[in-house]
Design a protein around this ligand. Structure first.
Ligand SMILES: N[C@@H](CCC(=O)N[C@@H](CS)C(=O)NCC(=O)O)C(=O)O
Length: 227
């Protein structure tokens, strides 16, 4: 099995949050895979075979799947005898909602918070591509985004309210053990850890304890990332 991922100038450190979800899903299902690192400017040509302009792409024998959600569903169906990512169709529907629900309130302000730091870990060719595609998207320069990161960070933190509240009474976002809901959220924090030193949480946030539990469950996979 081959998993195509996104790297910066350090080709051993993938950082895409969407690829993280699939690494966690593959670990959940105890499946081995080979990582194929790609830089931003390599993605389009390298993934023509998959008709994809984004990572992750999973190649499993003759089966090629793009988009993290579709890959998670592919793994769940194909490796149904392994531990479940969703716990059935009802859980799968809930995960699908979470998958899109966090885009505007969490991923968008976090992206703005991290964007200048992400730029810094890219190779020069990728830096130009990243700037020319992302600055129009965020409506300001990376320098302005860095200067104002506290504004987007505050939006991100405010929108974590319901997740912190949920964890006052529950261990994991998938219930008693981590599964795909947890991977959707954990991948966001792994993305931040791999790209930036910005502190995302307050010390008393329940999310901190959940992160410790997640780190313990995925020790080897995430050990290289700073906490
Ligand atoms: N909905 C997609 C999003 C994937 C995505 O946006 N990947 C980014 C990296 S984080 C990418 O490959 N971007 C390529 C580019 O911007 O050229 C998924 O869940 O897989």
């Amino acid at each position: 099995m081959k998993l195509y991922e996104l790297v910066g100038s350090d080709h051993t450190q993938g950082f895409s949050p969407f690829v993280w979800r699939i690494k966690l899903a593959l670990a959940h299902k105890n499946l081995d895979y080979e990582l194929i690192p790609l830089q931003f400017t390599e993605i389009k040509d390298a993934l023509t075979f998959a008709d994809s302009k984004t990572v992750p792409v999973l190649e499993d024998g003759n089966n090629v799947t793009k988009d993290s959600w579709d890959i998670a569903c592919y793994l769940e169906e194909t490796y149904a005898d392994r531990p479940s990512l969703f716990g059935g169709n009802v859980g799968r529907a809930g995960s699908k909602l979470l998958n899109s629900q966090i885009i505007m309130p969490l991923l968008a302000p976090l992206f703005r918070t991290l964007v200048a730091d992400i730029h810094d870990i890219l190779d020069d060719a990728d830096k130009d591509y990243f700037r020319s595609t992302r600055e129009p998207r965020i409506g300001c320069t990376f320098e302005e985004a860095r200067e104002n990161y506290k504004v987007s960070l505050a939006i991100f933190k405010k929108n974590l309210w319901s997740y912190n509240k949920y964890l006052l009474t529950e261990e994991y976002f998938s219930g008693e053990a981590p599964a795909y809901n947890d991977y959707i959220l954990y991948s966001m924090f792994l993305w931040a850890r791999g790209t930036s030193n910005i502190k995302l949480l307050d010390d008393d946030d329940p999310l901190n304890k959940w992160l410790v539990r997640m780190d313990q469950s995925f020790g080897d996979l995430v050990a290289h990332l700073k906490r």
